[in-house]
Design a protein around this ligand. Structure first.
Ligand SMILES: C[S@@+](CC[C@H](N)C(=O)[O-])C[C@H]1O[C@@H](n2cnc3c(N)ncnc32)[C@H](O)[C@@H]1O
Length: 270
């Protein structure tokens, strides 16, 4: 490398280095109050070799090929996700299951920016309806159970469902606002062809929302849970316990390559 090249490499590196140093001061002080920043701090600790105990996952994994069928076309909207969204593969699986069943109605717990609700709506038939429930940000400190560390930033947002508002699919989507532990679900019970559980990630909420999902599901429905992964020990512990102790959840299966867990309604008894 010539000295000119070295000089220009240093000049390119230096501003980024200084920007990162100054940002780090923010990250490790005021920044720790944001879930997104805490997530980055966990990743830095892991990068430098810190090991965190891995939670045991007792739910068996099924191959992706047993869920997806390459002959079925799906619609994928907003493919580039943001932090808090499902992965692209997970979005494909969710959209595929909605397209395959084309149920009249679908229920989602946890709207966030509306990316999954949008794709559910886009893959239903013209009469299909998506009901999506979100905790209002004003209720952040008034939930029935405490929320998990790192999920407050998903609740505290300017609006829910920004990714489907003003799209042609918005007419199929009904937004509901309440704590999932206190919402009155009676008008929606036994009617949903697909239920997607992606609200709070604590063990208490996971278990309460899972019981709710059973009640919402119609015969033949699919229930999906998101975030059965090490970042969310409450989801792992809650789903493991349901799988191991409650016959209604003995057919839970993790879908290969994703953090999704699936249950087919006909495979369980209430
Ligand atoms: C990870 S985000 C959902 C992501 C979304 N399904 C997607 O990928 O497009 C979790 C959502 O659950 C909501 N939430 C958290 N606790 C809740 C509760 N107790 N009741 C209802 N919604 C809750 C948050 O406000 C947030 O919008």
């Amino acid at each position: 490398m010539t000295s000119e090249h070295k000089d220009s490499a240093v000049l390119r590196f230096l501003p980024k280095y200084l920007y990162a140093v100054i940002s780090s001061l923010f990250l490790f002080t005021i920044g720790v109050f944001s879930g997104r920043h805490r997530y980055l701090i966990f990743r830095i600790a892991e990068h430098f070799g810190m090991k965190t105990p891995q939670a045991r996952q007792s739910i068996p994994t099924i191959p992706l090929t047993s869920v997806l069928d390459s002959k079925l076309d799906i619609t994928l909207l907003e493919p580039l996700g943001d932090p808090g969204n499902v992965t692209l593969l997970e979005l494909m699986v969710i959209s595929f299951l909605a397209r395959r069943a084309r149920p009249q109605a679908v229920f989602e717990i946890g709207t966030f920016d509306g990316r999954t609700a949008l794709n559910l709506a886009a893959n239903l038939g013209p009469e299909g309806k998506v009901y999506t429930l979100d905790l209002p940000s004003a209720a952040l400190d008034a939930t029935k159970f405490p929320l998990a560390v790192g999920e407050r930033s998903f609740v505290a947002k300017a609006s829910s469902g920004a990714k489907f508002v003003n799209t042609p699919h918005a007419a199929k989507i009904t937004q509901l606002y309440c704590d999932s532990a206190t919402f009155d679900f009676s008008a929606y019970e036994n009617r949903m062809g697909l239920v997607f559980v992606d609200g709070s990630h604590t063990r208490e909420y996971l278990q309460q929302d899972s019981q709710t999902a059973l009640h919402l599901a119609a015969d033949g429905a699919v229930i999906l849970w998101h975030d059965y992964q090490q970042d969310w020990p409450g989801v792992i512990a809650g789903l493991n316990e349901l799988y191991e102790t409650n016959p209604a959840f003995s057919a839970l299966r993790k879908i290969e390559g994703t953090t999704l867990v699936m249950l087919q309604r006909e495979n369980y008894r209430r």
